[in-house]
Ligand binder design. Sequence first.
Ligand code: F6P
Length: 483
Amino acid sequence: MAQSEGGQTIVVSNRGPVTFSRGESDEREHARGAGGLVTALNAVLRRAENAVWIASAQSEEDVVVSREPAPYEVEDLRVRLVEHDPESYDLMYNELANPLLWFVQHGLYDLPYSPNLGDETRRAWEEGYVTVNRNFADAVVETVAGDSSPTVLLHDYQLYMTPLFIRERLGGDAFLSLFVHIPWPEPDLWRVLPGYIREGVLESLLSADVVAFHTNRYARAFAETAADTLGAEVEAGVIRYKGRDVWVRAYPISIDPKEFEDLAHSEAVLGQEDFVKGLPGKLLLRVDRTDLSKNIVRGFVAYGRMLERHPEMKGQVTFLAQLQPSRTDVPEYAAYMEAVGRTAEEVNQKHGTDSWRPIELFMEDNFPRSVAAYKNFDVLLVNAVRDGMNLVAKESAVINEKSGVLVLSENAGAHEELGEHALTVNPYDVDGQAEAIHAALTMPQEERERRSRALREEVRSNTIEDWVEAQMRDIAAYREQHG
Ligand code: F6P
């Protein structure tokens, strides 16, 4: 399928596909962004001629680029970077989007004690979140310059207010979608937010044409929340509000298997394999950002419990935790990194010996080592409290060479597709996780092979290209039905 019908295609996300810097002799350099979302949006861009990707300027040189004529062409991309006032951006990212919206949508608050909302919340909303979202809307309107029916594909919870601001300026012919890449909570949890956010976000999302999620469960929860918050009418994947139809859809995001097959043979990855293969015993692996939603602390506690209950496993397994530091300016994240380090140390002190460290913990960005570990794990632990999808489970499935077993949280989006072939865990149940880790480590070879083959086939049956295709088909169908 070529470009969706209508005018220009614009992709908008907070984090962009490239970051610019100055090299040693002061020339402009750029680095391609890594991570699942960037790969996925690149796949969207490949489908649409002359598409422009709008994102926040993050580095000093990004700001310089943002002040030059746009779009800026780099490699095969056309990007427009948006400069935000640093204080507004800080309020949006570090006070509103990441602690508040992220915590509510992942169910991370200890509700009897937090959050403590008040005037500061309103300031972070008005001076941070809303301001940054207006900047994005301005950038979209400038980019489409007079095209009255562009296709604008907005991504994620940093941009919830942008659809409304664009709709106000471009009117009804523009096609707008917003893809929520994180879980959508049940309506009662959404009620933790103050009314002006709770209703403001819903009003804005319902000014889009399609609101998309990774799973049916989140799509259902969103429709229920729209009915609960705004009294919207909901029927079979359509929300009717203020005379408009909004489609609510699930498109499970995936990966490009070829990208990971190529990476698996790259020099950087091969260079890390000796280390990974040299770890004593079977390899239990986790690869995550240091995010509270990933449930890293409980994972270590569960592993410690497994060693207590099954002392014969001591020395027979090493838990490699490859953790990429994330959002370190948010106090809850900084505290969590400390808790992760402390808990690993406790398990190592209690169970380790002179020749065996039960947990090998790395809190650093080392993607080649993670990919080397994807190839070699016996068990992969994904025990997230809640997770939009979890691409680690998919990336590793296509290149693992050990018939590795997946221990998977029932609250990870990936569970809707992969749960049947994994060992399912309740993320709050540490004993259950301890037993699942043990069962996975001791599973008969034949069953391991059967499950890992099924996982690989499942991932291959829905790749990133299928993800894009399904959305493009719906955009065309929506346009056809709604003129
Ligand atoms: O999945 C949600 C998300 O915000 C992605 O958009 C992003 O790749 C990831 O989390 C990392 O978040 P951040 O951009 O805050 O580092």
